[in-house]
Design a protein around this ligand. Structure first.
Ligand SMILES: [Zn+2]
Length: 691
């Protein structure tokens, strides 16, 4: 099972799609799952969240969020809890209401489709009755391989018929040297644990996780019918294969460099790297259009893959494929599979106490699978048209502020400034929901066989992607569904995207003064725009092509300034003994720091137009203070240590605490607004500034 969208999407505001392993499988004791209840709408600018006993100049996060954090412990079915989660949970509930209604009494063919999908997901009696039956034919297909020559065709078959990817990742992407072209690409993949480091790091924490992973593999392979002895042997072989693939994989932080993801090759060249794997058989197996060249993102990975295929026995490779099939389906099979998956991926890895109620899981997977079907009804009910209009105005204000910011940069020459402005002028924006909705008529939904429904969605997604090859790029396509509480910048598209789901309190509330909105959604918009100019985005031009538009001096001044942020954030310690990876989080940190400057500038312009002063007080706080508090409160969050450890390895975003304190300490207007003096923690003498 795959059921994921936008596999190549890189720069979201929150966790990126694909950043975590197959967003595995919370699962519920469905017989006792809690009754859905409507969560309260989150408030913007929450005075009661402020902890006045904390000194904003020493720890602004403790000040802005202290009381919120005390009043909002992490629910047992979550691994983190923040303002984003409050809103996502509410959106999810409202989506659930639509799904339930469609499941019980559909009024349109589309409602029948997503209603049936949801109903099939909720049908746990059926899942119990079927046990491991839904995956048995797939396992038999793997077992029927007579020799390694059939491996490529089998992997292609698994991709199409079961939505299972193995050994590497295949996808369709814009050519980064010519963004008008859609090309086929293959890249490193084939792992199950969240990151290569989980296989390679030699310390007690990682060793323990590897032991627990081994036990999990044994558990689900046994459930799928293997003897304990066989399952032990298979688990050992899977670990060996995945460890070899991990060794051949580039670290996440290096993948931020577009050059490390791009090597155009002929099929014959790829075949030369990896002679043991029959690439023609694989590509024709997935029905990929015939092409002269494709992007082999990491050629060395495929040399290593070849070695793995030569070294490993056919039996070991079968074990690897079988485990990937079982693991992918486990969250949606009968209770013992579900529990095993929950115990390892949610409890052990993320620290989540109890399984997420079934209705939440089913709502989420329906959104992920048929998001632009149910999203149509959701936006009609939950996204007033005037929100889109006001948002257009805000984006325009932020664009103007970014242009001013570029002009004022002391470290950039006029030549590069001109190029940066040209890129900014090419920015496009998408707000709320797609102008044209996806056509899901090729998805076949039964009300009685959820695994079959998931496979149909996977097949549809694969065909949807393959159908892009050689065709013009669809600039109207979205990488997130309408109820999503998130936003993204897409470098090859050079566009910023804000789903309807995030355009609500605490981000967006037009009953509030401009300072509050610029501090919240304003910084979100500024953040996405700054991604166009972060360590990665700055390597793309306005047409979405990787092209150097910098003078060498300006590039080196930029690198010096981003190095300051790398050092600063590498010093932050989310869990004792665990530091952030300043290189992995550089793009997001640059976007946060740039975003607040731009939003601040846009607020100044707006207040000037209204004849108001930044020192004007509302509820006892100046407009300047309200701007920073609104910003800080977006990131109020509690997170379990386990989830924090995983995030430090895989998440390009810093945790809430550092998104707040790391940013305000770099911005002197913060110190001025709160009367801090130079040398205090939130007004240091070694602040970093890029944009
Ligand atoms: Zn971002």
């Amino acid at each position: 099972m795959r059921v994921a969208r936008s596999a190549w999407l890189a720069t979201a505001l929150l966790l990126c799609a694909g950043a975590l392993p197959a967003q595995s499988s919370p699962s519920a004791d469905t017989k006792t799952s809690e009754t859905p209840t409507e969560p309260k709408a989150p408030r913007s600018f929450d005075l009661s969240a402020i902890d006045k006993t904390a000194d904003p100049c020493v720890d602004f996060y403790a000040y802005a969020c202290g009381n919120w954090r005390k009043a909002n412990p992490i629910p047992a079915d979550q691994s983190r809890w923040g303002r984003f989660n409050e809103l996502s949970e509410r959106n999810r509930y409202l989506l659930y209401v639509d799904l339930k209604r469609a499941a019980d009494a559909p009024k349109t063919p589309l409602q029948r489709k997503y209603g049936d999908f949801f109903a099939a997901c909720m049908n746990t009696d059926q899942a119990e009755a079927l046990g491991d039956k839904p995956i048995l034919p797939v396992l038999q297909r793997i077992d029927s391989m007579a020799d390694k020559k059939q491996l490529a065709a089998t992997i292609g078959w698994l991709e199409v018929e079961d939505g299972t990817s193995a050994l590497f990742r295949f996808g369709v992407q814009q050519d980064q040297k010519d963004s008008s072209q859609q090309i086929e690409g293959v890249g490193q993949g084939g792992l199950t644990l969240p990151d290569r480091d989980y296989y390679l790091e030699d310390n007690p924490h990682m060793q323990q996780i590897r032991t627990q992973y081994h036990d999990y593999m044994v558990k689900v392979l046994t459930l799928a019918g293997e003897s304990d002895e066989q399952a032990q042997k298979d688990a050992g072989e899977v670990m060996e294969i995945e460890t070899a693939l991990a060794k051949a994989s580039l670290p996440r932080a290096e993948l931020r460099d577009p050059d490390k993801r791009y090597h155009i090759m002929s099929l014959a060249d790829l075949q030369g790297l990896d002679p043991t794997f029959d690439w023609s058989a694989y590509l024709s197996g997935i029905h990929a259009p015939k092409v002269d060249t494709l992007n082999v993102a990491q050629p060395d990975f495929f040399k290593a893959e070849n070695q793995v295929l030569s070294d490993q026995s056919l039996e070991a490779l079968k074990a690897y494929l079988k485990f990937h099939v079982v693991n992918g389906a486990a969250p949606w099979l009968s209770q013992p599979f579900e529990n095993a998956s929950f115990e390892f991926f949610q409890k052990t890895l993320q620290g989540q106490d109890v399984q997420t109620p079934r209705w939440k899981r089913c709502t989420q997977i329906t959104d992920r699978s048929l998001g632009e079907a149910v999203g149509q009804d959701w936006v009609n009910e939950n996204f007033p048209p005037q929100n889109k209009e006001s948002m257009e105005q805000l984006v325009a204000a932020l664009k103007k502020a970014l242009a001013q910011d570029i002009q004022s940069l002391p470290w950039m020459s006029d030549d590069t400034k001109k190029q940066a402005e040209e890129k900014l002028a090419e920015f496009r924006q998408k707000i709320g929901y797609p102008e044209k909705w996806r056509d899901y008529s090729a998805v076949h939904v039964t009300r009685t066989d959820f695994i079959a429904d998931l496979r149909s969605v996977d097949k549809y997604e694969l065909n949807y992607e393959l159908n892009k090859v050689g065709k013009p790029v669809d600039e109207k396509e979205w990488g997130m569904t309408p109820p999503t509480v998130n936003a993204y910048y897409d470098p090859p598209m050079n566009d910023i995207n804000f789903p309807a789901g995030i355009l609500q309190p605490p981000f967006y509330d037009f009953s509030k003064d401009p300072a509050v909105n610029f501090g919240a959604i304003g910084v979100v918009i500024g953040h996405e725009m700054t991604h166009g100019f972060d360590d990665e985005g700055s390597k793309y031009d306005g047409h979405g092509n990787v092209k150097n538009w910098w003078t060498p001096q300006d590039r080196s001044a930029f690198d010096q300034r981003t190095d300051c942020e790398v050092k600063e954030y590498s010093g932050f310690e989310p869990v004792p003994g665990v530091n952030l990876n300043g290189k992995l989080t550089l793009g997001e940190n640059t976007a946060d720091n740039g975003g607040i400057h731009i939003a601040w500038q846009a607020l100044q312009d707006t207040l000037a137009k209204q004849g108001k002063s930044i020192d004007e007080k509302i509820d006892g706080y100046t407009e300047a203070q309200r701007f920073f508090i609104a910003y800080g409160q977006v990131w109020c969050q509690n997170i379990r240590d386990q989830a924090s450890r995983v995030a430090a390895k895989v998440d390009p975003h810093s945790p809430g605490m550092f998104r707040v304190n790391g940013v305000v300490r770099n911005f002197d207007e913060f110190g001025k607004a709160f009367g801090c003096h130079q040398g205090q923690p939130m007004m240091p003498t070694d602040a970093c500034r890029v944009w």
